[in-house]
Design a protein around this ligand. Structure first.
Ligand SMILES: *[C@@H]1O[C@H](CO)[C@@H](O)[C@H](O)[C@H]1NC(C)=O
Ligand SMILES: *[C@@H]1O[C@H](CO)[C@@H](O)[C@H](O)[C@H]1NC(C)=O
Ligand SMILES: [Zn+2]
Length: 388
């Protein structure tokens, strides 16, 4: 039954293809043929992305990977410079942009950093905005994207004397991306050199916050602009059939991170696999005692718990068909949009744990194994000493 069913389908499909080719090859159907070909190319890319398999690092490789991340370095080099008032057009915004560009520019892997500068109408009149985009290998066809927003929410002058620093919103997520690029610099350099079709892209959005009242015209200024721009930019260069959005395998958005005990629920069935992968990494790092203040093997990632869609920078991408993993805790941190969202209320253990989990995730997604120093691998397993 099943077999003959398949054969019938195959025969129909073959006949259908033959007829289609005969029709399409006539001159007047050239455009139609072109249209099918275009769909075919972007469909093939989508299939490759859907079937992407991550690797699983060995315990020695995980040991090596997490030994490179350093919370104190991240705090001093990456986080402190971000903890300033940095709403669009402010002096702090410019300083933070310079800091992000200088930090990524100093790394050995050789990132390309581009700016997406534009002006947009806001409740306070037209204002300048700048998204920053760092791409490890711009010519690679496929991209794993990690994103955060670097702007802080604007509080008008009646709040005189109080400064909103947005530590979790989103200085910490942006600092995490900078620390990831620094800690994995060697691995990313080798990955870039491997002529893989897959690369890593970091996006730092401006203007996520509403300037006056959250609404479709007053929020997500940066992501709305960049998603539209990417949709109209051919990728790879010169492509007629695919744009930069087609190149995105997975768009991972980090937001509101740095408070104690984050819980990440599942918003999108299409990316459950990747949320499960994060849970699996959490379990493995827990079993290796790499996570601090982490009593049970699963504390953070809950692919089985569905949560409602939260409006954020992923929306302009999601609406254009990009697969999204939204790493925002439910519930939000208790300090959210209060003047207590500052350095003092950050949880160092949670930040360090998430850094390790995200870094292993990126290596496994990119199929990149860290080079284990030979002395480390020999101490983890009792080896018989060879005679000299
Ligand atoms: C880059 O790749 C080439 C050849 O594929 C290799 O000889 C070289 O050592 C690699 N460099 C790095 C930094 O991995
Ligand atoms: C947003 O702007 C568009 C175009 O200017 C306008 O048509 C629409 O009513 C506005 N929406 C809201 C909620 O203000
Ligand atoms: Zn916010």
């Amino acid at each position: 039954m099943v077999l003959s069913g398949h054969m019938t389908k195959n025969m129909v499909a073959t006949r259908c293809l033959t007829v289609m080719m005969q029709v399409l090859l006539k001159q007047q159907y050239f455009l139609l043929f072109f249209f099918f070909f275009v769909r075919f190319v972007s469909l093939c890319l989508a299939l490759v992305q859907l079937q992407h398999k991550a690797i699983t690092l060995t315990r020695d490789e995980i040991q090596t990977a997490v030994s490179h991340t350093d919370l104190d370095k991240m705090w001093q080099r990456d986080l402190k410079p971000l903890l300033v008032t940095r709403y669009p057009s402010s002096e702090g915004s410019q300083a933070v942009q310079n800091h992000i560009k200088a930090t990524i520019g100093s790394l050995g892997a050789g990132w390309e950093v581009t700016e997406d500068k534009f002006r947009a109408q806001t409740p306070y009149g037209p204002l300048p905005f700048t998204n920053l985009i760092a791409t490890l290998n711009p010519s690679a066809k496929r991209r794993l994207v990690l994103a955060c927003h670097f702007d802080s929410k604007y509080y008008p002058p009646q709040w005189h004397g109080r400064e909103f620093l947005g530590a979790t919103d989103s200085a910490v997520p942006c600092a995490m991306l900078l620390e990831l690029a620094r800690a994995l610099d060697e691995e990313l350099k080798a990955q870039k050199n491997s002529s893989s079709k897959l690369t890593l892209q970091l996006i730092f959005f401006d203007g996520e916050e509403a300037l006056f009242h959250w609404g479709p015209n007053d929020s997500l200024y940066g992501s709305r602009h960049l998603a539209q721009k990417m949709a109209s930019t051919p990728h790879p260069a010169g492509a007629t059939d695919t744009n930069q959005l087609h190149g995105i395998d997975l768009f991972v958005l980090l937001d509101l991170l740095g408070a104690p005990s984050p819980h990440f629920g599942n918003q999108f069935a299409s990316t459950t696999t990747w949320l499960s992968k994060l849970q699996n990494i959490e379990k493995r790092l827990h079993s290796m005692n790499h996570l601090l203040d982490h009593p049970s093997s699963v504390q953070y990632f809950w692919p089985d718990r569905s949560v409602g869609i939260i409006e954020d920078d992923h929306l302009p991408f999601l609406r254009r068909g990009v697969r999204v993993l939204h790493l925002i805790p439910s519930p939000f941190p208790s300090v959210w949009h209060t003047f207590h969202d500052d350095e003092q209320n950050l949880d160092r253990s949670a930040i360090q744990n998430l850094n390790k989990i995200f870094q292993v995730f990126v290596l496994e997604y990119l199929n990149t194994r860290p080079v284990v120093p030979s002395d480390t691998s020999s101490t983890s397993e009792p080896l018989t000493q060879e005679a000299p």
